[in-house]
Design a protein around this ligand. Structure first.
Ligand code: SF4
Ligand code: SF4
Length: 85
């Protein structure tokens, strides 16, 4: 079980490096704050989700923790170009 979770985390990190930034679907967000609580950098992910903005924080290491921990599936990765509409 632990090995599977580690593998999932590694795959998510690889996906993040390839795909760019974390983008929220703010209509689904319930403002629980689990994403912010689990961000190792201390980024206020909850606020980005509230505002419906991509996380363009220079300190984001695209670890994928916020994406993995959100119980509502609000967060996902998008390429930089696909978010520049
Ligand atoms: S964990 Fe998900 S539902 Fe909770 S505040 Fe963050 S984005 Fe919103
Ligand atoms: S991807 Fe990682 S560093 Fe970036 S906001 Fe989410 S938890 Fe924080």
């Amino acid at each position: 079980m632990k090995l599977w979770k580690t593998l999932q985390a590694l795959l998510l990190q690889q996906k993040a490096r390839m795909e760019g930034v974390v983008v929220p679907d703010n209509m689904r967000c319930v403002q629980c704050g689990i994403c912010s609580y689990n961000c190792p950098i201390g980024i206020d992910v909850r606020r980005y989700a509230w505002e419906g903005r991509p996380i363009r924080d220079q300190y984001c290491v695209t670890c994928g923790e916020c994406v993995a921990r959100c119980p509502r599936g609000v967060l996902h990765f998008e390429t930089l170009t696909s978010t520049l509409r």
